[in-house]
Write a protein that binds this ligand. Structure first.
Ligand code: SF4
Ligand code: SF4
Length: 443
């Protein structure tokens, strides 16, 4: 067993209101420069929706279909020698500026100088890059306007996959429309394909805390990392010709401050903490045959920081006492491994992502609740959780490679916790059987 530390994050999706404060404060701190106008190290996506850059989740068909080969090298899923040569020399798998969105400056004078007319004003924004009017056809969060309805469903690669595989589980009518927000940063993966795909050795994972960074002096602008990251969380700076990415705010972390996105989050939904993991078993976990086993394999890598065997092994690796202490108190370890309510995003990408999500406990769609509080009727949820408005099948495609069991378990626990804590906070006698059924007893 080789014990290493990883700084990780959990985001509780029920609490995200899509205000974008995290994105804006991150941009002010890190990408408020020319060359990276289009870049959002932190972005907040509308779900269902296309994502940012759009259709990044569609690994099967995007630009022809790509997969990671041995030792993390990117290779075409099909095609002959020509495609392989193109992969090496031309790197044609990059998103283009329209997949991100064309950054523009709003001309406020339009508000006062535009002539009166019959038409609704539709002033075309001017591109920050070309200085000419944009041909805006799509931008991040435009999916909001479709509100999870049928038109939106047709654009989301996750739903498209569900349509073919389990159409009956997903509903597509406006009456049952649903939406939620998915904030995203770099996953600081345990098995980072960006690092594996960099020909210059510029991408690296810090051994002390697992943060993945780009060495700006070594980067030669190949952009293989942009292609190789399935989450599309490395970006190219067109001014400097170098790759850039989320740094987990390491200069702040090193002096004991949280990341900017966490500190400024209006919903207070981001939890940061270290976890200990077994580095010897990373390759084994990333290559389990069945994608639906990846979540458990990833979870299995996380080690119990209170186990004396683990802490002894950690000390032998030189992990300092204050890190071990922080690992014991880590909310990330508690939410992922102890309570099992936080799940990884797209574990089937096999990079072992270290940003975890508490899935949204959406309201039930019918008048099922005897408590009067949507999504908190434990009796009904244990029996009929598929009546939640957000289909469990959709959440499973996002977080567990399609396996509904861990998603159901997380939602049931959340619902039990809410119901239990509401009674506690109201001064009512809490129902201990609720806690027991959700496995909360003694935790
Ligand atoms: Fe690298 Fe992408 Fe993983 Fe971040 S999310 S560590 S950029 S592979
Ligand atoms: Fe969501 Fe927090 Fe970001 Fe607002 S600041 S969009 S609540 S993650």
């Amino acid at each position: 067993m080789k014990v290493m530390t990883q700084l990780a994050m959990v985001m509780n999706l029920d609490k995200c209101i899509g205000c974008h404060t995290c994105s804006v404060t991150c941009k002010q701190a890190w990408t408020n420069r020319s060359g990276v106008e289009y870049v959002w190290f932190n972005n907040v996506e509308t779900r269902p929706g296309q994502g940012y850059p759009r259709r990044y989740q569609d690994q099967d068909t995007w630009r022809g279909g790509w997969e990671l080969g041995r030792r993390g090298r990117l290779k075409p899923k099909s095609g002959g020698r020509l495609r392989k040569l193109l992969t090496i020399f031309a790197n044609p798998v990059l998103p283009n500026i329209r997949d991100y969105y064309e950054p523009w400056t709003y001309d406020y004078s339009t508000l006062t100088t535009a002539p009166l007319g019959d038409d609704f004003p539709v002033a075309q924004p001017v591109s920050l890059l070309s200085g000419r009017p944009t041909s805006v056809e799509w931008s991040a969060n435009w999916d909001d306007n479709l509100g999870g309805g049928p038109a939106n469903a047709g654009l989301d690669p996750v739903i498209e996959r569900l349509r073919s595989e389990a159409e009956e589980k997903v509903r597509f009518s406006f009456e049952q429309a649903y939406m939620f927000y998915l904030p995203r940063i770099c996953e600081h993966c345990l098995n980072p394909s960006c690092v594996a795909s960099c020909p210059s050795g510029a991408m690296y994972k810090r051994s002390e805390d697992g943060i993945v960074l780009v060495d700006q002096d070594r980067c030669r602008g190949w952009r293989m990392c942009v292609t190789g990251c399935p989450y599309k969380k490395v970006y190219f700076n067109h001014r400097t010709g170098k790759a850039e990415k989320c740094t987990f705010c390491y200069p702040r972390i090193e002096v004991g401050l949280p990341t900017v996105c966490s500190e400024t989050c209006v919903g207070r939904l981001r939890y940061i903490g270290p976890v200990l993991y077994d580095a010897d078993r990373v390759g084994e976990a990333a290559s389990v045959a069945d994608p639906t086993d990846l979540y458990e394999a990833q979870l299995d890598l996380l080690l119990d920081p209170s186990d004396p065997q683990v802490t002894d092994a950690a000390r032998r690796e030189g992990i300092p006492e204050d890190w071990l202490d922080a690992a014991r108190r880590s909310p990330v370890y508690a939410l992922t491994k102890v309570h099992r309510v936080a799940l990884p995003l797209h574990p089937e990408f096999r990079t072992l992502p270290m940003v975890w999500y508490v899935p949204p406990l959406s309201p039930v769609t019918e008048a099922l609740s005897s408590t009067g509080h949507d999504g908190e009727d434990v009796d009904n949820l244990f029996g009929a959780i598929d009546t939640l408005r957000i289909p469990v099948a959709y959440l499973a495609e996002l977080f567990t490679a399609g396996d509904p069991v861990p998603v159901r378990r997380a939602l049931q626990r959340l619902s039990a916790m809410r119901s239990y804590m509401r009674a506690v906070n109201l001064g009512d006698p809490p129902d201990e059987s609720v806690a027991a059924r959700a496995g909360m007893t003694g935790e």
